[in-house]
Design a protein around this ligand. Structure first.
Ligand code: HEM
Ligand code: NAG
Ligand code: NAG
Ligand code: NAG
Length: 585
C-alpha cells in the first residue's frame, strides 16, 4: 500500500513537473515548423506514429517534407526528420550532439547490461573500436559455415510438416523466429540452445522471446526510468518491484535475472576454456570435451575475447562490458532479422515470378559452384553450401534482400535528443506555419527528435517517383548485374542529380542507420537472410492461401496452391467491421 502510494505520488509529481515545465518553458523554435495538429493532450501524435502508424508516417513526409514538427508527451514539440542533409548531421558530423535519450540508455542498461546500446560518448566509442573488427567481412566468411547447417535444419523441420504431395499451410513466424535465435546464439555466443527443437525449450531463449512483449506492456512507465535510476539504489529498486502490484514489472525482472545468469554461465565457461587454451591457439587443439555443444573459436564472443586479450590496457573492455554485449547482440539481432526474413518470404509468396527467378539464380549459382569445386553430383544441388563470397555475389538475391530492407525497414523510427544547442540544416526547405521557407532549424539543448528511417527510405526525391514501390530491378543494370553496392539506383541518381544522398551504411539507405551508432550487425543480418532464403526456396515453394471450390457433388472450399489442392475444407478470409468508407460509391 505504502509502495503504491509512493509510486502514485511519484507519477503525479512527474506529471505535474512535466506539465509545469511545459507551461514555464519558453516557446520552442520548433513551434513555427509546420506539422500535424496535436491529437491527444498526453500522447500528442506519438500514438499515431507508433501504433500501426505506417500510413500516418508516410503521409507526414508527403504533406510536410523532410522535417516535421510533431507533438510528444505532454504536447512537447519534437522534430520528425527524414531530410538527407539533416540526417547526415544527426548521425554523422554532429552525432555527439544528437545522442540517444537517457530513457533508452538507462532502460537498456538495466535490462541488457553494459553493452553497445547502453553506453554513450567515449565509452561507446571505445566499445565500437573493439567490436567493429569482430563484424568484419573476414569474420563473416568464417561464421557462414555455422549458419548454413542451421538453415538446413530449419528447412528439414518445415519439410517434415509437408505431405509428400500437395501443399500444407504452415505458420512460418515461430519457425523463422526459432531459426533466427539459433543463428545468433550459435554464431554470436558460441552456444546452442536447440531453439529448433520446440520440445527442448530453454529458459534463455524463452526469456529472449518474452522480453519485447513484456517490455511493451509497461512502455508507459519508461519515461520514469531515469528518475528512478537516479533516485533509488538497486536495493530500493528491487523493493519497489516487490511492493508494486504491477505484474509485467515483476515478470520483466525475472526475465532479466534469467538472461543475466545464463550469459554469466556461458561467459565463465568460455573464459575458462579460453585461458586453458592460452588465448590465441586454434580450435583444433581443443579436446572434444571442451567443444561439446559449443563452437569454441568462430563465434562473436570468442573473437571478442581474443581481441580484448590482445588489446592494450587502455582499449580493453571490462568483464561487465563484455558480458553486456551478449544480451545486446542476441536481442538486437533476433526480432529484426525475423521480421525481415518473414517479409521477404511474404513478398516471394505473393510474387511467384520473382520467386521462380530467384530460385533459378540460386540453382545456377549452386550448380556452378559444385562444378568449379569438382564435387560429384551424387548429392543434389539443393544441398550445396555456397561460400560467403559466392552467396553475396548472387545479383537477384541481393536485389531482393536490399529492396525489401529499403521498402520495409524492420526498425522504422529511432529517438535522439540534443545534448547542446545547435542548428540543423535541410537539403530541401520546409514551410513555416506562416508559409515562409525554412532551410535550417534552431535546435535548443534537450530537443527530442525522431529519425524516420521509413520516410527516408521512401523519399521520392532520392529514390525516384516510385520510391514506395517494391522493385528489385532498381538495384540491377539492364543486363541483370548489380549496380555498385553503395550506389543508389540509376533512376534515383538521375532524379536528384545524384547530389542528395543518405548517410546509411547499407547502400545509403537508412535501414541500418549510419555513423558511429549504425547497426554493427548489418553484414551478419544480410548474410543470415540470404542463407535462409537460399536454403528454403531451393526445395520449397511458397504461396499465399488461395481458395478453391471443389465440387464433390457438394461444393466445398479448400485451399489451393500451385503444388496441389488440400482435402480439408476451410474458408480463411480476413474480416473487419464495416466503416463509413465501405459505402463509398
Ligand atoms: C534486418 C536486421 C537488422 C536491422 C534492420 C537492424 C537495425 C539497426 C538499427 C536501425 C540500429 C540503430 C539503433 C539506434 O541507434 O537506436 C541498430 C543497432 C544495432 N544493431 Fe542492428 N539491425 C539488424 C540486425 C542486427 C544483427 C543481426 C545484429 C547482431 C549480430 C545487430 C546488432 C546491433 C547492435 C549491437 C546495435 C547497436 C549499435 C550501437 O549502438 O553502437 N543488428 N540495428
Ligand atoms: C532524481 O531524479 C531527477 C530526474 O532525473 C534528478 O533531476 C534529481 O537530481 C534526482 N535526485 C537525486 C536526489 O538524485
Ligand atoms: C580485457 O582486456 C583488458 C585490458 O587488457 C583487461 O584488463 C580485462 O580484464 C579484459 N577483460 C576480460 C573480460 O578478459
Ligand atoms: C552491368 O554491369 C556489369 C558489371 O558491372 C557490366 O559488366 C555490364 O557491362 C553492365 N551492363 C550494362 C548494360 O550496363
Amino acid at each position: 500500500m505504502t509502495a503504491l502510494t509512493a509510486l502514485v505520488s511519484l507519477c503525479l509529481t512527474f506529471v505535474i513537473y512535466r506539465l509545469a515545465k511545459r507551461l514555464v518553458a519558453p516557446q520552442s523554435p520548433l513551434a513555427r515548423i509546420s506539422g500535424p495538429p496535436k491529437e491527444h493532450w498526453l500522447k500528442g501524435n506519438l500514438h499515431k506514429l507508433f501504433k500501426d502508424g505506417l500510413s500516418y508516417n508516410l503521409a507526414l513526409q508527403e504533406e510536410f517534407g523532410g522535417a516535421v514538427r510533431i507533438y510528444g508527451l505532454f504536447g512537447e514539440e519534437q522534430l520528425y526528420v527524414s531530410d538527407p542533409l539533416a540526417l547526415q548531421h544527426i548521425v554523422g558530423r554532429d552525432q555527439h550532439i544528437y545522442e540517444e535519450t537517457d530513457m533508452f540508455i538507462m532502460g537498456n542498461k538495466i535490462i541488457l547490461g553494459e553493452g553497445l546500446v547502453s553506453t554513450l560518448g567515449e565509452q561507446h566509442r571505445k566499445q565500437r573500436k573493439m567490436l567493429n573488427p569482430v563484424f568484419s567481412f573476414a569474420n563473416m566468411r568464417v561464421m557462414l559455415p555455422i549458419i548454413a547447417p542451421i538453415a538446413d535444419k530449419l528447412r528439414a523441420r518445415l519439410l517434415e510438416q509437408l505431405p509428400s504431395d500437395g501443399s500444407h499451410e504452415v505458420n512460418l513466424l515461430p519457425w523463422i523466429s526459432r531459426g533466427a535465435l539459433e543463428y545468433i546464439c550459435q554464431a554470436g555466443l558460441g552456444y546452442s540452445f536447440n531453439a529448433l527443437e520446440p520440445s527442448q525449450n530453454h529458459e534463455y531463449t524463452e526469456a529472449i522471446k518474452s522480453l519485447a512483449p513484456t517490455f511493451l506492456r509497461i512502455l508507459l512507465l519508461r519515461p520514469l526510468v531515469p528518475v528512478i535510476v537516479r533516485n533509488f539504489s538497486l536495493y530500493w529498486r528491487n523493493k519497489l518491484v516487490d511492493w508494486l502490484p504491477i505484474a509485467p514489472m515483476k515478470e520483466l525482472r525475472r526475465l532479466v535475472l534469467v538472461m543475466d545468469r545464463c550469459c554469466r554461465d556461458i561467459f565463465f565457461e568460455k573464459k575458462q576454456a579460453f585461458s586453458r587454451l592460452g588465448g590465441n591457439e586454434k580450435s583444433n587443439t581443443v579436446n572434444e570435451r571442451d567443444v561439446g555443444a559449443r563452437m569454441m573459436d568462430k563465434d562473436i564472443m570468442s573473437i571478442l575475447l581474443r581481441a580484448n586479450a590482445s588489446s592494450s590496457q587502455a582499449d580493453g573492455l571490462t568483464e561487465s562490458e563484455i558480458l553486456g554485449q551478449m544480451n545486446t547482440i542476441v536481442v538486437a539481432g533476433f526480432d529484426t532479422t525475423t521480421s525481415a526474413t518473414c517479409r521477404i518470404l511474404h513478398i516471394l509468396a505473393t510474387k511467384p515470378d520473382v520467386q521462380n527467378r530467384l530460385r533459378r539464380e540460386i540453382r545456377q549459382g549452386k550448380l556452378e559452384y559444385r562444378a568449379s569445386q569438382g564435387l560429384s553430383d551424387e548429392h543434389g544441388w539443393e544441398d550445396v553450401h555456397l561460400p560467403y563470397d559466392s552467396l553475396m555475389a548472387l545479383p537477384y538475391l541481393d536485389a531482393v534482400v536490399r529492396e525489401t530492407l529499403r521498402v520495409h525497414p524492420p526498425t522504422s523510427l529511432l529517438g535522439r535528443t540534443t545534448r547542446q544547442g545547435t542548428t540543423l540544416p535541410l537539403s530541401r526547405p520546409v514551410r513555416s506555419t506562416s508559409g515562409e521557407e525554412i532551410t535550417s532549424i534552431a535546435m535548443p539543448s534537450g530537443t527530442n527528435i525522431i529519425i524516420s528511417i521509413l520516410a527516408a527510405n521512401h523519399n521520392k526525391e532520392v529514390w525516384g517517383p516510385d520510391a514506395s514501390v517494391w522493385r528489385p530491378e532498381r538495384w540491377l543494370n539492364s543486363s541483370g548485374e548489380r549496380v555498385g553496392a553503395n550506389s543508389i539506383s540509376q533512376e534515383a541518381a538521375a532524379a536528384n542529380n545524384g547530389d542528395i544522398k543518405y548517410p546509411g551504411v547499407y547502400s545509403s539507405m537508412m535501414t541500418f542507420l549510419g555513423g558511429g551508432r549504425a547497426c554493427i550487425g548489418f553484414k551478419f543480418a544480410e548474410m543470415e537472410m540470404k542463407q535462409v532464403i537460399a536454403s528454403l526456396i531451393s526445395v520449397m515453394h511458397f504461396s499465399p492461401p488461395e481458395i478453391y471450390w471443389r465440387m464433390d457433388g457438394f461444393q466445398v472450399p479448400v485451399l489451393r496452391s500451385p503444388t496441389g489442392i488440400d482435402t480439408e475444407a476451410q474458408m480463411p478470409l480476413s474480416i473487419r467491421l464495416v466503416r463509413d468508407t465501405d459505402f463509398a460509391g
